[in-house]
Ligand binder design. Structure first.
Ligand code: 5GP
Length: 372
């Protein structure tokens, strides 16, 4: 029998933080770096919890180089060829440098259909000490995923395992009890995702985070809110709902460090009439970078040699306005987060959910003078 759950399901745009009386006098007193202690991974990690998505455009060495300065994480995309000496050298040096002083902020990624042996051999390689793995599949409910998590946990008791994606508490707990330290939450919220349109499946992201965070924390696990953040305020709301980590694709796209060339376009703006009465079109140049979903037709063609005939594209291709360095984006996110914390009285990142009361709203943004 068909069932309908008619409790209200919320997205980031459906809520705003309630400001509270606080003991913080300035946002500088807010500490956005948290010490994470994991269920299985034996080391602690000092991080702001922000992650670049393991997409071909954003899971790059270049983004990693910048984000790690801010103790933010990059999940490298799985299309790097780690048989290539220059790629191996990068990851080995990156881990070696970081491991002695503080943590390396780099995950490698895999799906279920990928070359397991290559991933295992990287994790086994004693010279590199790569110890953070993101297992990423679109539908985290398939039984094979649980089996794979168990296999990896058995083989690598000391590896930090993040796995997803799901949107319900039951599956969050199953994955953690099978060996995951972090479960990735989000089906359909991504900026270049068309899953909801193609399949009708999904869940508003704020409600998914609320339920999965509660489930994860009950069994000593963590969640990573993956997808749907469009601005610094959304990142803060994800933490407010209980996320431990927040993964971003679109917000890091369009930056210098994201993969892909800058596309310049000449845009015709207003008409002007000169003294001679001639009409001219004013032109301005705008810069963009391409950003595409990892299940889009373009991604399938670029990275998998074409679309399998049983699949339909669940992602799209967009052009994102050029943003300069990713440093601007991460600074804005962390600045926004500190301000949120000052408004709600949270001194530590970990305290944000405790200090959060959301207003449910029907209009989030003041757009009196247009969108900005
Ligand atoms: P964003 O921050 O851009 O809103 O979301 C990023 C997330 O979107 C990624 O981490 C990933 O989970 C999801 N994603 C990336 N590419 C695709 C795609 O082609 N299809 C779907 N369904 N999700 C995607």
């Amino acid at each position: 029998m068909t069932r309908i759950r008619d409790s209200i399901e919320l997205d980031f745009c459906d809520v705003l933080f309630k400001p509270k009386r606080t003991t913080l006098n300035s946002r500088q007193e807010a500490n956005v770096i948290r010490e994470y202690k994991f269920k299985y991974y034996p080391k602690n990690l000092m991080s702001c919890g922000v992650m670049a998505a393991n997409m071909a455009t954003t899971g790059t060495f270049e983004i990693n180089n910048v984000l790690q300065k801010y103790q933010a994480i990059t999940c490298l995309h799985k299309h790097y060829d780690f048989n290539a000496p220059e790629n191996l050298k990068y990851i080995a040096e990156n881990y070696d440098k970081k491991e002695s002083a503080h943590n390396a902020y780099t995950f490698i990624s895999t799906g279920l259909k990928d070359d397991k042996e290559q991933v295992f051999s990287l994790l086994e390689n004693k010279n590199f000490k790569i110890d953070k793995l993101c297992i990423d599949i679109a539908n985290g409910y398939i039984p094979k995923l649980i089996d794979f998590v168990k296999e990896v946990r058995d083989k690598f008791p000391d590896v930090l395992i993040m796995v997803g994606n799901i949107v319900t508490g039951d599956m969050t707990q199953d994955l953690i009890l099978s060996g995951a330290d972090i479960v990735k939450v989000g089906i359909g919220p991504g900026s270049v995702c068309t899953t909801r349109k193609l399949t009708g499946v999904g869940r508003p992201q704020l409600s998914a985070i609320l339920e999965c965070a509660d489930a994860a924390h009950g069994v000593d696990g963590f969640i990573c809110a993956d997808g749907g953040c469009t601005c610094a305020g959304d990142v803060a709301k994800a933490y407010g709902a209980g996320a431990d980590f927040v993964m971003l694709g679109g917000m890091f796209a369009g930056t210098d460090e994201a993969a892909g060339d800058i596309i310049e376009k000449v845009i015709e703006t207003n008409e002007v009439i000169n003294k001679a009465g001639e009409v001219h079109l004013l032109q301005k140049k705008e810069k963009y970078k391409q950003f595409y979903g990892m299940s889009s037709q373009l991604a399938q063609e670029k990275h998998f040699g074409g679309m399998a005939c049983y699949r339909a594209s669940e992602g799209k291709v967009v052009e994102v306005p050029y943003k300069g360095s990713v440093e601007n984006v991460i600074q804005e996110i962390l600045g926004g987060l500190r301000s949120t914390m000052a408004y709600i009285g949270a001194r530590r990142l970990k305290d944000i959910p405790k200090c959060t009361t959301f207003y449910r709203v029907n209009r989030q943004l003041n757009e009196i003078f247009g969108k900005s």
